[in-house]
Design a protein around this ligand. Structure first.
Ligand SMILES: [Fe+2]
Length: 300
């Protein structure tokens, strides 16, 4: 992970002036299409070719190293030829090699591997902890590892505090909820703090449309289930999002685009539009959301 300083974020610049954004995430190519290298391309054509567009990919395209191999390079090449530019942020899958310890490799090494996958393509950017500045907009990109990673009991108490007294009492009397904490709860807090500092800083994208691209959601409202006593909700929150609170609405960021939840969402946090459009929405807990290949937002 690069050493982020509050007054200087790593920035890459291109002259391209996109008229539109497109959004996708969570393809999980290696998991769903890995058996047949040709099949991953079949997942792509639903997004129309659009040279006026900046495509944003909010992580979990595939596991660690897949983008660097031949199928991944072919996919990145197809992004390069279909869109004016494409920016991808690191997801938890891009840091994971499939082993039981999902952070077996140092994050800095996984981020470097991820970045290098885009090296052959001048208009494709694999970003972690850095800014992509274009003619009319700027993208700040990071995985934004979840901060909901305390112990299950603390998490439960924290959520119950926000519920009604009746529900709080009901929760105390209920049997233990089936939470499964992540195996590495504390190792990612530092990265989460660095990412927050960058994303919420006003020292990037001055005078341009500001776009945050993160894998993890910036707020629990992006998840499909809202009942704080729902075990499924608690379980996904235990591994699943940050809560930037009022800072999200006050950030001056026009679009906060994320992945990870496998849930299609589009909701306002003040003047910030928070949205997710995951290809993997067929596995969402809500059971009804659908990836929209025509998702497009105008940059005006
Ligand atoms: Fe994810």
């Amino acid at each position: 992970m690069p050493a982020l300083r509050p007054d200087s974020f790593p920035t890459r610049r291109i002259a391209f002036r996109p008229r539109f954004l497109r959004l996708a995430s969570d393809w999980h190519f290696d998991r769903h299409h890995g058996a047949d290298p040709e099949n991953f391309l079949a997942a792509f054509p639903p997004l129309p070719e659009d040279p006026q567009t900046l495509l944003l990919v909010a992580g979990d395209s595939a596991r660690r190293g897949w983008l660097n191999g031949e199928p991944g390079q072919r996919w990145l090449r197809s992004l390069s030829s279909r869109f004016g530019a494409a920016a991808l942020c690191l997801g938890n899958n891009e840091a994971w090699d499939g082993s039981a310890d999902f952070l077996r490799h140092p994050l800095s090494e996984s981020a470097a591997l991820f970045r290098s996958a885009a090296d052959p393509f001048p208009n494709v950017f694999c970003l972690e902890g850095e800014i992509l500045e274009l003619a009319n907009c700027a993208v700040a990109a990071s995985a934004l590892w979840s901060d909901y990673r305390g112990s299950p009991s603390l998490l439960r108490e924290e959520l119950l505090r926000e519920a009604s007294p009746e529900r709080f009492l009901a929760g105390l009397e209920s049997p233990g909820l089936p939470l499964e904490p992540e195996p590495t709860p504390r190792r990612l807090q530092h990265e989460n703090r660095l990412a927050r500092d960058m994303l919420l800083s006003d020292r990037w994208g001055s005078g341009k449309i500001r776009i945050a691209l993160t894998h993890f959601p910036p707020h629990p409202a992006s998840w499909p289930v809202r009942d704080p006593l729902d075990p499924a909700f608690l379980q996904i929150l235990a591994r699943a999002s940050s809560d930037l609170g009022p800072a999200l609405a006050d950030s001056g960021i026009r679009f906060w685009l994320h992945g990870h939840s496998h849930h299609v969402c589009d909701w306002p946090a003040g003047s910030c539009r928070v949205a997710s459009n995951p290809f993997a929405s067929s596995t969402c807990l809500c059971g009804s959301c659908r990836f929209d290949p025509l998702w497009r937002a105008a940059l005006d």
